[in-house]
Design a protein. Structure first.
Length: 114
């Protein structure tokens, strides 16, 4: 089973940027697909981006394309989500997880407000 500790969430103004990090443990990180999810208030959790062990990235949500970037540092068992030009619709709790899914971490809150 994997464990995940997400960090980097904050209150940010529209148009700003954030860098979220997720430290994973309990499995062989370097050979595992990692993903970022988010859950907006009153909505279901959704998959937004994945990064394969090869470094190939996959984007599942059109609104984040060009603004969100996923990357990984296998030396630190860390997956990063860079968010640029945030909008109010990005307000959510952000989670990382692996494939196949493990237990969820606590997530990190991103709030976009002026």
């Amino acid at each position: 089973q994997g464990q995940f500790v997400e960090s980097g969430g904050a209150l940010v103004q529209p148009g700003g940027s954030l860098r979220l990090a997720c430290v994973a443990s309990g499995f062989t990180f370097s050979s595992t697909t990692m993903s970022w999810y988010r859950q907006a208030p009153g909505k279901e959790r959704e998959l937004i981006l994945s990064i394969l062990s090869t470094g190939t990235t996959l984007t599942y949500k059109v609104p984040v394309k060009g603004r969100f970037t996923i990357s990984r540092d296998n030396t630190k068992n860390t997956v990063i989500l860079q968010i640029n030009n945030v909008t109010a619709e990005d307000t959510a709790v952000y989670y990382c997880n692996r494939f196949p899914l493990s237990m969820w971490g606590q997530g990190t809150q991103v709030t976009v407000s002026s």
